[in-house]
Design a protein around this ligand. Sequence first.
Ligand code: MN
Length: 430
Amino acid sequence: MTQLPISSDLIADRNAAHLEALEDDYAALGRKLARAGIDIDAVKAKVAEFSVAVPSWGAGRGGTRFAKFPIPGEPTNIHEKLEDCAVIQQLGRTTPRVSPHFPWDKVSDYKALREEAAALGLGFDAVNSNTFQDQPGQPHTYANGSLAAQDAATRAQAVEHNIECIEIGRQLGSKDITVWVGDGTNFPGQQDLGRSLDRYLEAASQIYAALPDDWRMLLEHKMFEPAFYSTVISDWGSSILAAQELGPKAKCLVDLGHHAPNVNIEQIVARLHRFGKLGGFHFNDSKYGDDDLDSGSINPHQLFLVFNELAEAEANPREGFNPSYMIDQSHNVTDPIESMLSSAETITQCFAKAALVDRAALHAAQEANDTMMAFQSLRRAYNTDVAPILAMARMEAGGAIDVLEAYRLSQYRARKAQQRKAVGLGAGIV
Ligand SMILES: [Mn+2]
């Protein structure tokens, strides 16, 4: 029996109030798209199929390295996080899976946790290991690295933790493990840049060997932070080389904030796809570095261009093309539920706009070296307001036409503030 956290009567009442305007907007957009030979219902059907996972840690106010500012009613454990994620899915209908993080989300009974999530209308996405911070009672510190540490016992501990995450993931119904390591250096000469990669590959191959047949190991690269001079898996080049060495079940995961400023991320997407190594995305946005801002809040056009490459990839699939999509943001000044509702909508909008691109016209313009018309093929799609398509798909799936309005009227956070214990102050980001 599914127990959803928001009153379905509230959603139905508000949808009834918005329906006439939505039908009007949808019909007008449908006529406009029909003139371009596009069937709006077919686009809506694609949108209804689209989904992106939310991270369990995104349900809380992550903060920055300096501080966090908790709000009343924030979740303090995986059970409360699941409940918040259920709100996002119930209203928005594009986030049916949660990506858990260990050891933060550890429980004693994962079968029960899976059932608890299912009752909330949720499943589990990629499991995330954590070897970038020490845990109480841990025998070996990660202060000098984990999978690439000099110390063999530390590397073994990090491998063992990842294998434990795979075992937990099997019980939760996951099929991917995302491995991001904080390993790196702050000083030239601190570690040998070649040998640290050797150690990483040797340790990562032990995790790879423990993967079930139908699982993937997603390697997440990151240029800097917490290490500021070098990181072991710093960029997509290091990532794809490592994935190629590990084997076919190893793929690359692109976090939009993990690159040097101005890097052409959509080209990285096309490159990784070309070699069958595109494993997934962490969606967020960035102004200066790994800011973990809300998806599309700074550069929605880049997000559209990424989805344009994904649409090309889908039309020309390579072996194993099945990218995993997840939101990875840090909410310091908003209610995390509101940020993830807003981000999921923005991500889905960019997916929908990419679906509107006239690929035949684009390819013909490319073949003819007609630069302006090729660009206009993308521009026309990007400039189309697809909001009515998303709202209609959401409503038909039982979600809210206006997700933020329904969320605020539900008083969900205020109710939780009465029930949940307060989150402590303290630092920092994850
Ligand atoms: Mn990430």
